[in-house]
Design a protein around this ligand. Sequence first.
Ligand code: AMP
Length: 118
Amino acid sequence: MSYDKNNIFAKILRGEIPCKKVYENDHVLAFHDINPQKKVHILVIPKGEYVDLNDFNNKASDKEIVEFNKAVTHVANLVGAKDKGYRVLTNIGSDGGQEVPHLHFHLFAGEKIGKMVS
Ligand code: AMP
């Protein structure tokens, strides 16, 4: 699938739509999910144009991949999830249930996350 520049996260990255920002650096943006599924529900996204994790791993530079992964840990620390733990999840494609075609990791925390898959 080619990257759709009009997806909602691309609009957030361009500043066309607001978000509740948690963290940002040159490579990554993290913000609160608009429809939180747990007490803490953050989305961590790369700033580059990648449809999903496969696209990212195929095309992103090593620097982008490292920065993205490090940002997940950094954001977990920022929201106080370091000690009690948290869950990271990414949906890929239609069977995976992906709705927004820009790579994002969901970070759930702040309570017991529960069953792995429902
Ligand atoms: P997925 O189904 O993995 O693609 O998840 C997309 C997520 O994006 C859902 O959890 C939505 O609630 C979330 N979402 C959609 N629009 C926005 C928005 N404008 N700001 C923050 N989160 C959003």
